[in-house]
Design a protein around this ligand. Sequence first.
Ligand SMILES: [Ca+2]
Length: 336
Amino acid sequence: MGEQHSCCAGARASVKLGEAEQREPHDNERKGSDHKQPQQPPTDLHLNMIAIPGGTFTMGTNSQEGFARDGEGPARSVNISGFEISPYAVTNGQFGRFVESTGYVTEAERFGWSFVFDLLASEETKANVKQVPQEVPWWLVVEGAYWAAPEGADSNIETRMDHPVVHISWNDAAAYCQWAGMRLPTEAEWEYAARGGLEGKTYPWGDLLKQDGEHQCNIWQGKFPVKNNASDGYVGTAPVDAYKPNGYGLYNMSGNVWEWCSDWFSPSYHQQTSANNPFYDKPSGGRSMRGGSYLCHRSYCNRYRVAARSGNTPDSSTGNCGFRVVRDKAMMISSD
Ligand SMILES: [Ca+2]
């Protein structure tokens, strides 16, 4: 794939466990099936979808603050058809209903491990870690870490049902969408929605990181990667409805967790996609992610801006990446 940012999210392929430790998915696991019969999604799963009107906006940025190598620009005018988007990232509670209904097994479970940020893991978990990527030593390869045990086997989500589900690969997210009658947003839809009706701003709320001295999102304060002051209230994930929503009523489009998009990731996205409902459809090895996460820091990974982009391989999973869902607008008959 194109430029990949290991600080944002570790890649599955960068880890080579010993033969005895490397668990390849079995065929039946790849299908995400066990003995349960898949059921229809509950009708109350995504009740509060928000309608985003079609329109034209300036996508991307030419700002020096942007990462040119990521392909954040050149900024250009893009047309988007209307769609509906969830106001929040998919929660642990919602993903749990998917698993309960279908018996779906995530890729973190199939491979037997996922990437956990070291400050979040217990001392016991850290002591059992067999591998840490040298270039990004804050990403621990934790065996037994998955969506319901986000920091490893000695963790759980009991008090975090309203937090975004994490350790979800792109393939896992796509499976949830298929079950829920949804799809992942394109990058263009995501950015259009994240801007909340504002034009050319850095963040979903404007150009200043704080408003009236108040934190607007869950990122990192302190010294990355050793000291997180958490002055925004959270070291790890925050509830999906924390902080103020943007102009469209969407929460946490910046920070908290990265969100998968449907496009393949390419730094030449802006040069190679249409101005009408752009979508990068050439397989590049990586899928796009947007929004940044609780690990982003101004000094290190300033990718919680609305034009910022990253990507990861579709089988990778980390403790700072989730997703939100969209669907095409239902046909409306105008009474005008
Ligand atoms: Ca934080």
